[in-house]
Design a protein around this ligand. Sequence first.
Ligand SMILES: *Cc1c(COP(=O)(O)O)cnc(C)c1O
Length: 476
Amino acid sequence: MSHTVPDLNAQLARLPAVERVMSLSEAAAAISAHGRTQVLDAVRAVLDTLRREVLAGEVLAPETYAASEVLQQAGQHLAARAQPRLRSVFNLSGTVLHTNLGRALLPDDAVRAVLEALVRPMNLEFDLDTGRRGERDDLIEPLICELTGAEAATVVNNNAAAVLLTLAALASRKEVIVSRGELVEIGGAFRIPDIMSRAGAKLREVGTTNRTHLKDYAEAITARSAMLMKVHCSNYAMSGFTKSVELDELAPLARQHGLPVVVDLGSGTLTDLTQWGLPAEPTVRATLEAGADIVTFSGDKLLGGPQAGLIVGREAWIRQIRRHPLKRALRVGKLTLAALEPVLQLYRAPEQLRERLTTLRLLTRPAAEMQAAAQRVLPVLQRALGERYALSVEPMLSQIGSGALPVEQLPSYGLAVRHAAARRGGRMLLQAEATLRGWPRPVLGRIKDDTLWLDLRCLEAADEADLIAQCEAMTR
Ligand SMILES: *Cc1c(COP(=O)(O)O)cnc(C)c1O
């Protein structure tokens, strides 16, 4: 109809001009925060949307046409866009070393060292004794050797990289003998057979899924063999009619043939965890003592440090690994080295480790402490979630995570959230879970058996205060 055309034009004409919005006195703050270009683009985008809505025949509220309203909308878009995508959360999942939540949390000394490395030049590859170029490995190698008993050590970006580099350097175009029972997949698409082929090594499987004998290894050794490899079955456990060959049996066989034994230990710990009542996990030192020539392990699992892959063992093999061109591609940055050194230093004082190493402190938290925290959080969280939910303080089980000791569970305390009308469990719980996940600092729990479990093992004092403050802010 022809009469609607001038009508639309009149409405479009009521929209403020871009210059008018930009010249508002309030625009100065937005420009100072985000820069002129971004503000201009955001204002144009808001006006474009309004224009489209008018042309689509929508009736806009009168205040929509105000320049200040347009600016405010543009400001909201910009603020939302400026929100970092990587944010801190509350890990109440019950998994201490949660790969999806960044694994180990760093102790204070490491945090300070990283801060310094961020803003100051460091002697990363500079030998302060001679004034000449240095090697970044030199900074940390003696400390790693001291703590593990290894002859030599090198560090790369993560343990997957450590395995890849070791295979590429020592087994390219040759065969690696591995038990079928150890051809594992570790979360996030790390499969030993795939890494092997990427490294240009040929997998020589021996034994069966549940049983492998020493003679299986012996019969597989040929002139094409490069190494015998063992992979720690971090994320699953076998039981029943099983047999695997222990290192102390395997090492003499390898030595007879002049081949190295390489062990991917996965989590790898530097101390005997049973002294704190935790389940047993092989230490790096014991693995070397049992005859491993090379051991690889992660920096951010039980070690409690930054993401890194440590390769330790015999000097001659480590030298060969270090010389491989992939080493340069997989090397660690200064922030990693800055964080790793103070974490390793903590291991020199074993009697203080439980208190100072965040990972160990969380893994060994007294139940009474978590129970008391749960009692303090309960009333504020109850008010924030409302009467539809019934909260209670309950015992639950945490796990270490990151594939370490998959079968073991640690007795813990936290809050169980259920729907107040018992029968309406499922969907309402999903809603509570989504609500908590949507908070400014998202709260992440775990749903199981019609209950949302909020395990407080990883909620230490400062975080508890933050969580309580957030619950109060979320209570309307
Ligand atoms: C975790 C793990 C890896 C991978 O280590 P990242 O540090 O995550 O790269 C490799 N092998 C084993 C046995 C593991 O447990």
